[in-house]
Design a protein around this ligand. Sequence first.
Ligand code: EPS
Length: 390
Amino acid sequence: MLRFYTAGESHGQALLTFLSGLPAGLRVNLEFVNHELHRRQLGYGRGGRQKIEKDRADVFAGVRHGQTIGAPIALRIENRDWANWEKILPVEATDSPEAASRKLVAPRPGHADLAGSQKFNFHDARYVLERASARETAARVAAGAFAKLLLREFGTEIASHTIQVRNVGLERAATWDEIRAVNADLESPLRCVDAAVQEKMKAEVDAALKAGDTVGGVFEVVAHNLPVGLGSHAQWDEKLDGKLAQALMSVQAVKAVEIGSGILAAGSFGSEVQDEIWYEKSARKFRRASNRAGGLEGGITNGEDLVIRGFLKPISTLRKPLGTVDMVTKEPVQAAYERSDWCVVPAGGVAGESMVALVLADAFLQKFGGDSLAEMRRNFESYAQQIDEF
Ligand code: EPS
């Protein structure tokens, strides 16, 4: 239903996003879209690139008079760094010394460099790394902002926070209000809800920088106020947990995904991991005493907050490089160093929010679909009545 694609290389002229399937009549707040792009650029442990860029989405199609018109949406985010790369990566054929100087033949272990070069048959990882770079997540965040605008119309909000940097973890559950507050705080260095834990996390980031190393961690995305019944148990590819896992796993450097307390559950008794159900008569609502399932049972939303975590490996570009092999000479060499970040957990969280928003917006469209927002709202309200009377 909702489809999106991105195009663009990290040091090309621009990043592009195409988004198809949103209903007509959705009010588009471009300030919000740009605010989301700004949030992605923040975070403690980022390299020099974010000082060059000021990501903003220009709308080329699909939005007129401040609202969607049911046509595909096309967005463009300028790469300001292009000015420094025009001679290195021109569209036209070139034999300029600038281009030759930025060839990359010493693939970084852990990056797409070698596997991508072998696959696409280039003895220069430049072409691969340009597209594999997490700069691409800016284009996803622009699409995700539109998905968030749709979800907001139905009262659903999405936020993320950092729950681990290297081996320093937040050892307690955060409330929705805390997560929401830390999302609104653009000064928060790592978007962690606990100031004392955050200081320890910052120390890990500082230690990595000092050592020419990098650190990974875990971000948690929470979707608040979701209706019961998105996704389905009926077919493997309709299960919402499966779709969310795929979407989050596709974010650069994510190597594992957890829903609710899935990892802990695997080592516990059944009686310890399920969420007991009770009924609140006055609200006419089924409730759960806990939310270890992370808001999903049988691949279906159960009305509790959706809680999903992305585990990021440390970035593979290291100032203190690892051993590798020159792709041309086959001689052992040190891996190439490109300017890079040394901790991207908060930015990964914003990209994760966007992917979750896109999957949820698609699930909303499948369940309450309509060509206009008004039609979708009628469908939603009729279903809400069914749930209320259940
Ligand atoms: C990124 C921009 C990139 C990298 C980073 C993400 O910019 P540059 O390569 O010019 O420094 O900082 O990409 C990676 C971490 C990577 O491994 O490719 C961004 O805008 O998020």
